[in-house]
Design a protein around this ligand. Structure first.
Ligand code: HSE
Length: 296
């Protein structure tokens, strides 16, 4: 049986829509073994699809087919720590887990670069996939069905506080509401901040983050769909966050805070409740620099 540990991810990082993402130290595990038929179960109490519609199963089968190898079925066991449909890369973890696991079971016919391109193709964009596979802060471009990406470390003077609402947000829905075109002013607004964001996270220039994290392409529209989202952002800034953005397509709000900040999560929770916002969980996370890896 092969076992893989895949990190959660946070995509966009504000302005870097479909381009930037980073990996976080919160992990799903995927265990896979060839078998006849579809044998899927969770090793924790997470409710997961246990039929042939399971995303790990679909991706494993896809790889077998691409490699021209007969697929008779798969035994899959999952440990899910990444909350689903919250903008923290749970679907990327399934895609990467399924493809890496199948590749290992087939004797590694594909290189990591092939897996990256294949996975981004399955997801439709590379910004969660690339950090899930590579770790670190990753900037990616998809061109001619190939992903060009570079992973760099995130400075260790910052941490990430994920404020996770108790409701889901479908990425498909959150993409449908976005405008099809933007002005040149908006394009420049975002591309200049995307570059600044990458440099600020890498170098640890914390004071740049509040400017770098702003966006005109997706956050304003999406925040309208997240009850309590704008309040959560305000609270994070009141508590001294350097930058706050919508993680992926949401609904999670991500605050970049000082690595020495104390009691951010419990105080933020109280402040949310004072504004009548209940049911959110707040998790403190560091950046994962390794990406998906095989475990014993
Ligand atoms: N870049 C994607 C989006 C991330 O914002 O729609 C979610 O998968």
């Amino acid at each position: 049986m092969v076992k893989i540990k895949i990190p959660a991810t946070s995509a966009n990082l504000g302005p870097g829509f479909d381009a930037l993402g980073l990996a976080l130290k919160m992990y799903n595990e995927v265990h896979m073994q060839e078998t006849e038929g579809c044998d899927i179960a969770s090793l924790d109490d997470t409710v997961i699809p246990t039929g042939k519609d399971n995303m790990i199963y679909i991706n494993a089968k896809h790889l077998y087919n691409l490699c021209g190898r007969p697929f008779y079925g798969m035994k899959i066991r999952q440990i899910n720590n990444i909350p689903m449909t919250r903008g923290l890369g749970s679907s990327s973890a399934c895609i990467i887990g399924g493809l890496l696991g199948a590749n290992a079971l087939l004797g590694n016919p594909l290189q990591r670069q092939d897996i990256l391109t294949l996975a981004a193709d399955m997801e439709g964009h590379p910004d969660n996939i690339a950090p899930a596979l590579l770790g670190g802060l990753v900037t990616s471009v998809m061109e001619d069905n190939k992903v060009w990406s570079i992973s760099v470390p995130v400075s260790d003077n910052m941490r990430f506080a994920a404020l996770i609402p108790d409701f889901e947000m479908s990425t498909e829905q959150a993409r449908k509401i976005l405008p099809h075109s933007v002005t040149r002013r908006e394009a420049v607004f975002n591309l200049s901040r995307t570059a600044l964001m990458t440099a600020a996270l890498f170098s640890g220039e914390l004071d740049c983050l509040k400017i770098a994290v702003d966006d005109k392409l997706h956050q304003p529209k999406r925040l309208e769909l997240i009850p309590g989202g704008k309040d959560a952002m305000e609270i994070c800034y009141e508590l001294g966050a350097y930058g706050v953005y919508l993680s992926g397509a949401g609904p999670t709000i991500m605050a970049i805070i000082d690595s020495n900040a104390q009691d951010f999560a419990p105080i933020a929770k109280i402040m949310l409740e004072e504004r009548g916002i209940y049911g959110w969980s707040i998790i403190m996370l560091d950046c994962d620099q390794e990406g998906a890896k095989f475990i014993d």
